[in-house]
Design a protein around this ligand. Sequence first.
Ligand SMILES: [Zn+2]
Length: 519
Amino acid sequence: MIDIIHHGAVDGVTGSCHELRISQATKGLAHQNNQSTKGSDPLGADPTQKPAPTSTSCAGILIDCGLFQGNESKSRSAAQDLAIDFPIDHIRALVVTHVHIDHVGRIPYLLAAGFDGPIICSEPTAIMLPEILEDALKIGFTRDRALINRVLGVIRDRIVPVAYGQWHSVFEEEASSLKVRLQRAGHILGSAYVECDCRAGDYEERVVFSGDLGASHSPLLPEPVSPERADRLVIESTYGDKNHEDRATRRYRLKAVLEHALEDGGTVLIPAFSIGRTQELLYEIEGLIAEFGDEQVVDHQARQATKGSDPSGSDPTQRTAADSRLGAFGVSPQGDRPRSKPLTWNNLEVVVDSPLAAEFTKIYRDLKPFWDEEARALVNSGRHPLSFEQLTVINSHEDHVNAVNYLAKSRRPCVVIAGSGMCAGGRVVNYLKAMLGDARNDVLFVGYQAAGTPGRDILTFGPRGGWVELEGERYDIRAQVHTVGGYSAHAGQEDLLRFVGGIPQPPSEIRFVHGDEGA
Ligand SMILES: [Zn+2]
């Protein structure tokens, strides 16, 4: 019997953890009870039955082991969120589809619960996984450096990188066997969907877990190709009810939003996941800078005309003490820019404020062989999509605090990308607190905002002049709120349908996970 069991992320968007379990009755009466329900222990035989002695061998793998977020976690206690509340003795391996925290965040707790198998993942994921977990451990697990290093050491030892497109045997026994193959999912660097060839006795089946799938025509990564076979398919459904704007449209929409937002000299704040979307955005912004170079981002005359509305009354041409503070973290003070010199795309300031995003941007740069053809062609032509000269990366907490304070007071047009993507923590929260109350600033959402997160509230209530609660306090939203939908790293409805439709023989069963109920 081959079971697919979901230990997380069935109704909600986050917290993925699925199991593929092969049980095989080897002697006597087989318990062919197919009503295996979630949470029931299939290892235990029904005590009311009195069959001949039966031994059931049971082995399985986990696909992802993620943390819960948003509403999903509100209905659960913190301990419930972290607990590994299912049997793991029979789990032979963990397969990681990609390093987003809602897919890997509970790995330390899985290890603590006694899991001692390998962690199978793609080659880029093998590089990124210890980095993301180090961050997660520091934030949520312990401050004990030695303990963190020990856990990371265990994780590094367990990681088994498997190249895309190659079968890897997890176990091969008389009664059963299981092998897995990873294919590019186009979601973030290293992301994979997992093909599982399982055998229970004479019965064979291929089960495919999509992980998170990328959108078509997304920057940097090749789009996923449908599996050649999937008898059963477990597929994400984040955008099951929505289509994304196409690449060209969203690129010019991004341009238009940036122009509009920078017109009044405020900050454009883009909450984004450190991994994936941040790099996609940098790639697109670099593209806009390369294309429009000397063109003005905004009509400077128009900006002067609206100057009277500046609530802080500060003069953009006045150099302030804050400029020298900003200089301390290497930002060229554009407050110096003479009034007559308009802001062009070439001197648009872009800030990535996140040590984690900085680290992952570097890893992305190092792993160019995994980029798509278009991105590699740009590099060959001498461009640097992820390290252009207008880009400033803020690492230390002190520089972060200075940047928040400075940008909140100055009239300096600037694009800031900071995490977390749903505004539920991270450095973006400090920016929001400082900037939401000022109409010159703009918040630009480029990714999915789960119900129950501050990001969803800003998106819902911001345009109506509402407020959002951040770390227990209310903040009025006067900043403008925009969305450019196409930058989701998730497949849209059409992409999902194309992925399923491309499977030559339709799957006998498709399970939808990782999406709101409507989606
Ligand atoms: Zn993801």
